[in-house]
Ligand binder design. Structure first.
Ligand code: C5P
Length: 400
């Protein structure tokens, strides 16, 4: 059964070009079994007709504070009490400002003021409006009052500009609500995962890389997201379809991965470095290297140890590393645990038909004062077992 089944969702739609996406959102919510009632601001009706949302929600759309026919059906106080959760998508800059100020001169803002239900807000506006100090201040005040934010997303906007401010896609808004209602063991935790290989350019057409498939990292990301975590997955080039996570960031080189991971680590509770990062990168030739001499020497430069950087941050997330070893598994893993300043390390034997590019894996997991063997099993199942162990160690080191 879906976690949204029979949940009463009050969807507020405010005015903005993204209002048309409310139709898809209503459809997704209804498909998940939620009972949806829609409230539109006057401006929202300029972008999408109430009739569309009425047809999709199967219920009359509420628009006016003082409307006898609406009040007799369900007055605003009843509607405010009815909701298990209020979601506003899209939330315009103006609506966000009114929520912050506690204004109540239309139905939607009155409902928000009159309800004790959790309030979730998915902003959508031009990037300059989003970045404006007034909007940012409004958002941080709303957050400090316990309002939950979904997005905004980055990308091309209706006005032709590019940047933050796009409405989060309806399927990700849905995911956010599912997390709100799910009581998975990872609910409330922000997990950063890096996965896959890196690609280090030799010249404009060639690169150095490794055999990492990204399967383990992707399986961890999916399992953690399913168990309620807010996941950011940073991935080198892989042939895999990305799982549905909160943020998916594609990178190529170790340098790009370092920048993305350090940025993500600022807001992560846990970091799992499952990527097979190149230890050395060539000094890239500006032009394609020509064939000629019988031998060719490439000069390589050591890359920065990403996980070591994360574990030495002042506000560090709980940090988990991997060690792929062809020999002396335990000894090498314990040295890495210590030298890289990790909280936990998962070591696996690699070689022919083992570790990389295959679907099964086994792990020996070490932390200060303990170890556990996780026997050979498909990577998807192993991911769930490893996550349970990581969460156990995380809670042991963060007693609440
Ligand atoms: O030292 P080694 O590469 O074997 O260590 C593996 C662990 O260190 C993995 O968790 C990997 O993601 C991380 N690593 C890193 N940055 C590097 C090299 C490895 O974060 N440059």
């Amino acid at each position: 059964m879906s976690v949204l089944s029979d949940k009463k969702i009050l969807l507020g739609v405010s005015g903005g070009i993204a209002a048309y996406k409310a139709a898809e959102l209503v459809r997704l919510l209804v498909t998940e079994g939620a009972i949806v009632r829609v409230v539109m601001t006057e401006a929202a009706t300029q972008f999408i007709t109430p009739l569309t949302l009425e047809a999709l929600s199967g219920s009359k759309v509420h628009r006016h504070l003082f409307d006898a026919s609406e009040t007799s059906a369900m007055g605003h106080i009843d509607l405010a009490r009815w909701a298990d959760l209020i979601l506003i998508a899209p939330a315009s800059a103006d609506l966000i400002a009114r929520l912050r100020s506690g204004l109540a001169h239309d139905l939607l803002t009155t409902l928000c003021l009159a309800s004790t239900a959790p309030l979730w807000v998915a902003p959508a506006m031009n990037r300059v409006m989003w970045e404006h100090a007034a909007t940012q201040e409004n958002i941080s005040i709303l957050k400090s009052r316990g309002v939950h934010l979904l997005g905004p997303d980055q990308g091309i906007q209706a006005c032709g500009e590019s940047g933050p401010g796009r409405l989060l896609e309806p399927d990700l808004i849905l995911k956010g609500l599912q997390q709100a209602f799910s009581r998975g063991p990872w609910t409330g935790l922000r997990l950063l995962i890096s996965a896959g290989p890196t690609r280090e350019p030799i010249d404009p057409v060639r690169y150095l890389s490794n055999r990492s498939s990204g399967k383990m990292g992707y399986a961890l990301a999916k399992a953690a997201q399913d168990q309620g975590a807010a996941v950011t997955l940073i991935s080198g080039p892989t042939a895999l379809t990305p799982p549905k996570v909160d943020h998916f960031i594609k990178v190529e080189t170790a340098k790009d991965m370092l920048a993305a991971v350090l940025q993500g680590a600022l807001t992560a509770d846990l970091y799992i470095g499952s990527a097979a990062v190149a230890d050395y990168a060539p000094i890239m030739a500006p032009q394609k290297i020509k064939k000629g001499a019988p031998t060719l020497t490439l000069e390589l430069q050591k890359t920065v140890d990403i996980i070591g950087q994360v574990s030495s941050l002042e506000q560090r997330p709980f940090t988990v590393g991997f060690a792929a070893e062809t020999e002396n598994l335990e000894a090498h893993a314990l040295v890495k645990l210590k030298n890289k300043g990790l909280d936990l390390i998962a070591a696996n034997p690699v070689g022919e038909h083992q570790g990389f590019e295959v679907d099964d894996n086994e792990l020996m997991v070490f932390w200060e004062g303990g170890q556990r063997f996780l026997p050979k099993t498909p990577k998807t199942d192993l991911a769930a077992v490893l996550l349970t162990l990581i969460l156990e160690r995380y809670h042991a080191s963060h007693p609440s």
